[in-house]
Design a protein around this ligand. Structure first.
Ligand code: FAD
Length: 583
């Protein structure tokens, strides 16, 4: 063993990164910036990199694009770490202004134009604006209270809570059917924070009236394949179809693990349990970074886990959800509002009916194209079904495609508890493109009491670190940041350009403080390098949250134009009637 406690013959620390999703790839990448210090191996049980983020082939002639991103669609301009990583691999996201459609018929409302439902609930709409202001003033008192309790405290009707409060929170945070339990601060910040509040500013007449500026992600399979090649060129050993079955020892001599090969299954994205007969082998490392879900990490640590690890990791709760990708436009028409309907729109709102919204109606008439839908089940309005119109949302699709050829992704949530509400069997089987199961984090308030604040007491103990989005919020950006944090904690540099991007640095510092209990001290403060100059120009606007850096284009659907040139997308598939089969 060398003097620094490392066992590698060349004195380098041998690090095993388990899981090649966003967090694992980010850990490996940032460690690989120091080949003299780290000998990095990354493994994943499936045969591709990207984890939850991947793309799927499509029939180009029918749908206008030859691929779509499954599940993981996009993010916000505050995703500085994700966007710079796209740029480092030669990819970019595209801007999109988000349009949503919540509820159906007399419960329909949207951020694009006011509807009857919003007019009917004007008193509660005003009360919501007051509640948000009040919560902002007394944030500490409300922070961790479950959303359902806060709505009750302010005497909202069940209908308003379920049709307005829950969906507008669930939408950005992917909190699904755990939304009644999420800490109220999440909704409050979504509406009151000028930096990451997607519904900022809230509208006291129509709840929300902005079209949140978002970014839509590039082809994830291509991006992660390029990233894998990059890692290999930097000396990282990438072993796919390799499962970590057990951590055998974690002691002074290092970490001893058992791995076994997995035969890739035909659809590698939905592996079915691995190979029971494959032969396990034992391997030895100096440090391990578990970039897998919390319950998997607990299982893998097995007998070597401490009481604290079992307690904290075991407190993260997950649900089993399924995304069905289809092009059943009749299902969509039955359960969602897809088109502008003059009969449901209202021109004026406000206490005296004197707030004129006719310009929003005029815009909606030709431009209402919902990208994200949420339906509340009639039997229990607090249980949600979520859906994307991928054609309207993702930027590789042509602008004009007949509605019947759109690609939809409907997400049925929480199989264990809410399966009875699902209407998945109503989707025409011939129109199903594919189905994918997910094991999703429940963002209940318990996660923020029993898991998040305790992570710092697990990190770097027994040669083990944890990185993954579940360590805070299920978002790609958190996964990327958590990987950087694990690498930095082991002695890697936080990237010099990002250190000069004041918003990225602030986000990283806060994450590192929360997850490791340490304040990141700058290494490149006085640097005058080109990287430092570049990074300093990326964060503009209030608190630096307006991103002007690389990795995102300025033109909507620029990917479509690139894909047409590459022969991977078609020109518009429809014309007239605004390119849609609108009734
Ligand atoms: C349906 C859906 C939609 C989403 N939409 C968005 C969105 O629009 N925007 C956004 O920002 N985020 C979104 N997210 C969240 C985002 O995708 C995730 O937060 C992020 O990709 C998670 O990355 P991760 O590295 O933490 O975990 P994962 O991607 O889950 O990676 C974990 C990896 O570990 C591997 N692994 C597990 N066990 C083992 C083992 N024993 N041995 C070896 N390898 C193992 C797995 O195969 C996997 O590849 C969405 C997620 C889902 C499911």
């Amino acid at each position: 063993m060398s003097q620094n406690g490392n066992t590698g013959k060349d004195g380098r620390k041998r690090v095993l990164v388990v899981g090649a999703g966003a967090a694992g790839m980010s850990t490996a990448y940032h460690l690989s910036n120091h080949p003299e210090k780290f000998d990095v191996t990354i493994i994943d049980s499936v045969d591709y990199c990207g984890g939850q983020a991947f793309s799927i082939p499509l029939d180009k002639e029918r749908h206008g694009a030859s691929w779509f991103n499954q599940g993981v669609q996009g993010g916000s301009y505050i995703f500085h770490h994700t966007l710079t990583m796209f740029a480092r691999q030669g990819y970019h996201a595209d801007p999109v202004k988000l349009q949503v459609s919540f509820g159906k018929a007399d419960k329909f409302w949207t951020n694009v134009f006011p509807t009857d439902f919003i007019a009917k609930h004007q008193a509660e709409v005003r009360r919501l604006a007051f509640m948000l202001k009040f919560m902002r003033w007394f944030e500490v008192l409300f922070a961790l209270l479950p959303l359902k309790v806060v709505f009750k405290l302010f005497l909202f009707s069940d209908e308003f809570t379920n049709v307005v409060g829950l969906p507008m929170t669930a939408l950005f945070l992917g909190t699904g059917n755990a939304t009644p339990e999420v800490p109220a601060i999440m909704l409050e910040r979504l509406c009151t924070s000028p930096t990451y509040g997607m519904w900022y500013p809230a509208d006291k007449n129509s709840v929300v009236s902005n079209l949140p500026p978002m970014v839509v992600f590039p082809n994830f399979t291509d991006f992660y394949t390029a990233w894998k090649k990059d890692l290999e060129s930097r000396g990282v050993t990438v072993r796919l179809s390799t499962e970590l079955t057990e951590v055998v020892h974690r002691n002074k001599r290092g970490v001893f693990v058992k791995t076994k090969p997995r035969t890739p299954v035909e659809d590698g994205h939905n592996p079915v349990g691995g190979d029971p007969d494959a032969i396990e082998s034992e391997e030895h490392y100096d440090e391990i970074v578990l970039c897998v879900l919390a319950d998997t990490a607990k299982k893998i640590l097995g007998k070597t886990s401490s009481w604290r690890e079992r307690r904290v990791l075991g407190s993260a709760k997950f649900s089993d959800d399924i995304t069905i990708t289809h092009n059943d436009s009749d299902y969509m028409k039955k359960y969602y509002e897809n088109f502008y309907d003059e009969g449901k729109a209202v021109k004026t709102l406000g206490k005296n009916g004197d707030m004129d919204h006719s310009s929003r109606l005029a815009f909606a008439k030709d431009n209402f194209r919902p990208m994200y839908y949420i339906r509340m089940y009639d039997g229990d309005l607090s249980k949600l079904e979520m859906c994307f119109d991928t054609t309207n949302y993702q930027s590789q699709f042509p602008q004009k495609v007949p509605f019947e050829q759109h690609v939809f992704q409907t997400i049925y949530l929480n199989k264990g508890r809410d399966r009875k509400h699902w209407t998945d069997n109503e989707i025409d089987k011939d129109k199903i493109i594919r189905a994918d199961w997910w094991h999703q984090l429940c963002h209940s308030w318990t996660h923020y009491v029993f898991v998040v604040p305790w992570m710092m007491f697990l990190q770097a103990k027994k040669r083990t670190r944890f990185a993954a989005s579940w360590t805070l919020v299920n978002a790609h950006e958190i996964a990327i940041m958590s990987g950087i944090a694990a690498a930095v904690d082991m002695g890697a540099d936080y990237p010099e350009d990002l250190e000069h991007d004041k918003f990225a640095l602030l986000c990283f510092r806060l994450y590192y403080l929360l997850a490791y209990g340490k304040w990141y001290r700058r290494k490149f403060k006085d640097s005058k390098s080109q990287k430092a100059k570049d990074g300093a120009s990326w964060a503009l606007g209030l608190y630096g949250s307006v991103y002007q850096g690389p990795g995102v284009s300025t033109t909507e659907r620029s990917v479509w134009r690139e894909e047409v040139k590459a022969g991977r997308s078609t020109e518009n598939l429809a014309d007239g009637n605004n390119g849609r089969s609108q009734p």
